[in-house]
Design a protein around this ligand. Structure first.
Ligand SMILES: *Cc1c(COP(=O)(O)O)cnc(C)c1O
Length: 731
């Protein structure tokens, strides 16, 4: 970096601390901004970090703390001089400061009761940004979007999770297209984490007793806008070597690892809050992993307030909200009686209940000794408010758990629904953001959860919307080519095939994206069920299509891995190889590229197994169209004019028959609707009918499926009543 003349720092920045960090210099300001994940949903700030060193930015997984470490304060000043970054850095710093100190929020007017007693939101994973790999997929990303919207709306909420220093695995495919899992250590020093301290300034350490010893965990603080996220970490002195690794990997290890992690998250999490001096008014359990938390709160009520177990349970349930995400029975965490006694024994002693009583809390039929202890059942029994994550998933969940309330008819099973949504600013491309800024009413960015803000999309010039979309599509193709040619190089393929990868795909062709976990029910290979027909569509001389795939299979999901292999080996098939690519290592970054650039997002799960799905909601924001089975969120979103439906919302009792019908429908919709509409152009080359659908999709869906709308729903119908405010029921 050349040492150029350094202009003086703008003097109107009377610098104050952001959080804990006093900022005096330009470098300090950058560091302060990098330590609040607020930066991650502000494209202007992301671009600022990128401009410091675009190549290292990419190599460092978009991690600004790691990037800043490569600069001395002097070098940073010099670079800022070269790149004219002064005002941008000062501006970012000032905006962050204003944001964190602002009191005028939606919540101030709508959720006053939460004031001093915040919501404690528990989740096993948080997907906030790719540089913080403590998530695996949809569940983590929804948690990340949840805390970001709590921040945006000013809802008093703290997050509780675990810190996994190896996170989830990174995916690579071997020469046969078979998935290899690689675990990488993340350095704490490179993440925006600091030790959480008690009100008197002491670092916090929590302990959780089991029958065979004590588990210890330290607690980290991560600042996400206005929200504090606390992460428990078992890698501490005093733990046995194997326990120091307990929180190394997300969903690693066996059942025993699982229950121990869940003890730390639930019981340890509640203890951490107490040590922090936080008294939550609401406990929100996001999925069953944290369902031990209310047991610890009950224990405290018994010992602190002298309540009976039954009274304490009723009281605590009143303040507990439970969200279920899993429509398949096999997807729920279950533990056998020995495992439960080994881990919950000491807590049970203090609760003053018998082993059978405790087991009963995790069983549909409390006396049935053949039933294992199910975390979802515990969550449902210990919460007064429970919800599924889409309307259809609500129906499925009520049916699935009807036997917990045998005296009720199905419609009155107390599980409602709040449909998932995504954090608009995190998933919206900046090019699209600027387009909206030009045409939408002032202040729309803070009202993304309301319909009004989005109606101006119909006033946008179709050509401008189309051009912006195509710019994003080109960026996606550049990204895919870079990734796919790198994959070829790593596998040691010939120069010829690396060169082919550098030019794979064509920006003029209708581009379909499919990025999701490779679980078999998601049927990534549905379109391969009729090879002649799909090859015909891919290679049509006039109106071809191309498909980009990405996704990980769970390490123990052999059929899922075979699916990946089948798709990725399309590169050996002359009929497919120019038109189908597989991008390795699906994560937030890959997802962001895909959802911002595709024309069509394909989702063909076996109905009704997709609880909600959120990736398609991200596509909407950027002008892509959904082509999906009427499952999860799409079952309530599709209106005939805002995307494409596969099937008519029915399923057959035989999977084989369902698959057969859905594949037939998929081909028909492609041939009769998607392809003709996309390629039908006016004299200027614009697909006007298609652009109209893009606009309909944006105006009808973007606000409804935003996490701001979701957060407002949770606040009104769960948090406020659970905290003792006026009730407003869930649909
Ligand atoms: C949004 C997202 C998901 C969730 O997508 P689905 O529609 O539920 O498949 C999964 N993984 C990542 C990395 C995401 O960003």
């Amino acid at each position: 970096m050349s040492q150029t003349q350094v202009p003086p720092v703008a003097s109107n920045d009377n610098v104050e601390a952001v959080g804990e960090l006093p900022a005096q210099t330009l470098y300090d300001k950058c560091v302060a901004v990098a330590h609040n994940l607020w930066w991650s949903w502000h494209p202007e700030v992301v671009n600022l970090f990128r401009d410091l060193d675009p190549i290292r930015w990419r190599q460092l997984d978009h991690n600004p703390i790691a990037l800043l470490k490569e600069f001395t304060p002097e070098a940073l000043e010099a670079r800022a001089g070269e790149m004219v970054l002064y005002s941008r850095i000062n501006h970012a710093y000032r905006r962050l400061k204003e944001y964190t100190s602002s009191k005028k929020t939606w919540s101030a007017a709508n959720a006053g009761v939460l004031g001093a007693k915040p919501v404690a939101y528990f989740s096993a994973e948080f997907g906030i940004h790719e540089s913080m790999p403590i998530y695996s997929g949809g569940l983590g990303v929804i948690s990340g979007d949840h805390v970001k919207s709590a921040s945006g709306l000013g809802v008093p909420l703290v997050g509780i999770g675990l810190f996994y220093d190896q996170g989830y695995f990174r995916q690579r495919l071997d020469d046969d297209g078979y998935q290899i899992e690689e675990y990488q250590y993340t350095k704490v020093e490179d993440l925006p984490m600091q030790p959480a301290v008690s009100p008197d300034g002491e670092p916090i350490m929590v302990e959780v007793e089991t029958r065979d010893g004590v588990l210890k965990a330290k607690v980290w603080l991560v600042q996400v806008g206005r929200v504090k996220l606390y992460l428990l970490d078992c890698d501490v002195e005093g733990n046995k070597p194997e326990d120091r690794e307990l929180t190394s990997r997300l969903y690693g290890g066996d059942q025993r690892t699982r229950i121990r992690q869940e003890m730390v998250l639930g019981v340890g999490g509640v203890r951490a809050l107490r040590a922090l001096g936080i008294t939550p008014g609401v406990y929100h359990l996001n999925e069953g992993h944290s369902a031990f938390a209310p047991l610890e709160v009950i224990r405290h009520r018994i010992h602190h307030d002298g309540m009976s177990f039954d009274d304490a349970l009723r009281e605590v349930a009143q303040h507990t909200v439970f969200t279920t995400h899993t429509p398949v029975p096999a997807g729920h965490d279950r533990f056998d009686a020995n495992m439960v006694e080994e881990h919950l024994g000491p807590l049970r002693d203090q609760l003053g209940i018998s082993h059978d009583q405790l087991m009963g809390l995790g069983r549909v039929e409390p006396q049935n000794e053949n039933e294992s202890f199910c975390m979802t059942v515990v969550g449902l029994k210990l919460s007064r408010r429970a919800n599924a994550v889409s309307s259809l998933h609500g129906h499925v969940s009520r049916r699935m758990w009807a036997h917990l309330w045998p005296w009720r008819v199905e419609e009155e099973i107390p599980i409602g629904h709040i449909t998932n949504g995504v954090h608009t600013q995190s998933w919206l491309a900046w090019q699209m953001l600027h387009l909206y800024d030009r045409h939408f009413p002032a202040g729309w960015r803070t009202q993304v959860g309301e319909a009004d803000a989005w109606q101006s999309i119909h006033k946008v010039d179709p050509g401008e919307l189309w051009e912006t979309h195509n710019a994003l599509k080109n960026l996606l193709l550049a990204f895919v080519r870079r990734r796919v040619s790198r994959q070829c190089r790593r596998r040691g393929e010939s120069e010829e095939s690396i060169e082919a990868a550098r030019n794979v795909l064509d920006p003029n062709i209708l581009t379909i994206g499919f990025g999701r976990r490779f679980a078999t029910y998601k049927r990534a290979d549905l379109f391969l069920s009729d090879m002649d027909r799909i090859c015909g569509l891919l290679n049509d001389a006039e109106r071809p299509i191309q498909i980009i795939f990405a996704g990980k299979a769970h390490p123990k999901d052999e059929p899922g891995k075979q699916l990946i292999q089948r798709i990725s080996n399309a590169r050996h098939d002359d009929r497919l190889k120019h038109r189908i690519v597989f991008v390795e290592d699906y994560d937030i970054n890959v997802c962001r590229h895909l959802i911002q650039g595709v024309d069509v997002w394909l989702n063909n799960p076996r109905r009704p197994l997709e609880a909600s799905g959120t990736s398609g909601q991200k596509v909407v924001l950027n002008g892509g169209l959904n082509l999906s089975v009427l499952d999860g969120w799409w079952a309530e979103a599709y209106d005939g004019s805002n995307g494409f439906a596969i099937g008519v919302g029915t399923s057959h009792v035989s999977d084989e028959e369902t698959d057969h019908r859905d594949a037939e429908h998929l081909f028909r919709v492609l041939e009769e609707q998607v392809i003709p509409t996309f390629y039908q152009r006016d004299v200027d080359g614009l697909p006007l009918q298609w652009i109209k659908m893009m606009m309909n999709s944006i105006s009808t869906l973007a606000w409804r499926f935003s996490s701001h709308r979701m957060m407002m729903d949770y606040t009104r119908s769960c948090y406020v009543p659970a905290a003792g405010g006026v009730s407003c029921d869930m649909p």
